[in-house]
Design a protein around this ligand. Structure first.
Ligand code: ATP
Length: 354
């Protein structure tokens, strides 16, 4: 069991021209499943590679428990890493692939057989052990590469977009498999993805990254319910939170010529953004009996089966409402109303006003 600590870790490339990571501070607890989530190029892989020892930090320190590891070669860190493009040895059977790390270490054949059987059972690939990698499915290949990583009994498990090459159905299946596996093995795990659903469903906590820095670290529910910054609010959710810029004067926020709403929270900031989740908005054609309502014009109505997505132009901004059903049509004047308890307020610096 290992605790990972990143202390003010930065990584620059090209003599400092590229800032891949900037002052990352993060504690990953023993046995925790932590996810790095963020858009492409935000520095997730670089952060993971520094934990693995494949990159050296330009600045800052990384610890595994009390041991400083940032100058330690990868082989001495006892980490296992699984990538998107898992490479199995094509000329070896599934069994030989899985036992390879033990063979290299000189583990005797009987013990290898025992460990392979155990791991294969855990990953449900016991029937494929004598097949060669070319003849098994993508999911079975990914399980084999996971088995090969796990058999070494690493103290840290690092996964970089391991499911992106799988089709949608298999991805769902592997998602819960991986989570189960991690629970059973209790290995400290860091998982990189740009897929929000994957992050929310698997992570004990999620570190949301943008432009090389960590914007918020929180449990999935907390991240969704209390995004600390406007950037995180706009990133989490599908579709994400609606945000409207406005000017605050004495607790009333003017969004545009037609729309002013109560601030719902107290702030001294004059420039603010008001936010609400698409599922928290009601769409009506008659004026609702509440102060927290916006006038707008329906842009499009998308019946998506599970819900209807109504896009409404409010001033220069298009906002989304998720409703069960609706009779509204594009071009129609409507009202969007939101319970003030479900309204978020961000100040001029984009920080949540609690
Ligand atoms: P993706 O999801 O697309 O893989 P990411 O969030 O994992 O992206 P990184 O791969 O960590 O992002 O890259 C962060 C930034 O650092 C990018 O601008 C990338 O181009 C740059 N970068 C990464 N590795 C190197 C390198 N070896 N040399 C120069 N620049 C690099």
């Amino acid at each position: 069991m290992t605790n990972i600590s990143m202390r003010s870790v930065s990584k620059f490339f090209d003599g400092g021209d590229i800032i891949a990571n900037y002052e990352l501070d993060l504690e990953v607890e023993d046995g925790e499943f932590l996810v790095f989530l963020g858009p492409s190029g935000c520095g997730k892989t670089t952060a993971l590679r520094m934990i693995a020892g494949l990159e050296t930090p330009s600045d800052g320190e990384i610890y595994f428990d009390d041991d400083r590891v940032d100058d330690m070669p990868p082989a001495d860190r006892n980490v296992a890493m699984v990538f998107q493009n898992y490479a199995l040895y094509p000329h070896m059977s599934v069994r030989e692939n899985i036992e390879y790390p033990l063979k290299v270490r000189g583990v005797p054949p009987e013990e290898r057989d025992e460990r392979v059987a155990e791991i294969a059972e855990l990953l449900h690939i016991e029937d494929q052990l004598d097949s060669d990698p070319a003849s098994i499915s993508g999911g079975q290949r990914q399980r084999t590469s996971l088995a090969r990583a796990i058999i070494r009994e690493p103290s840290v498990f690092l996964l970089d977009e391991p499911l992106s090459n799988l089709d949608a159905k298999l991805r769902l299946e592997m998602r819960s498999e991986l989570k189960r596996l991690q629970n059973e093995l209790d290995i400290t795990t860091v998982y990189v993805t740009h897929n929000q659903e994957e992050a929310m469903s698997m992570g004990d906590r999620i570190a949301v990254m943008n432009e090389g820095t960590i914007r918020q670290v929180a449990e999935p529910e907390e991240l969704y319910r209390r995004p600390k910054t406007a950037w995180v609010a706009q990133f989490i959710g599908s579709p994400p939170m609606n945000l409207l810029e406005g000017t605050n004067r004495d607790g009333t926020i003017r969004v545009d010529d037609e729309n002013s709403v109560p601030a719902a929270r107290e702030t001294t900031s004059a420039d603010v953004s008001v936010g609400f989740r698409p599922e928290d908005a009601a769409v009506t054609t008659t004026e609702p009996d509440t102060d927290w309502r916006l006038r707008g014009t329906v842009k499009t109505v998308e019946p998506l089966g599970e819900y209807v997505l109504v896009n409404v132009d409010v001033g220069d901004t298009t906002v989304n409402a998720k409703v069960d059903r609706t009779d509204v049509e594009s071009g129609q004047q409507v009202f969007l109303s939101v319970d003030p308890d479900d309204v978020y307020l961000y100040d001029g610096d984009g920080e949540l006003v609690a």
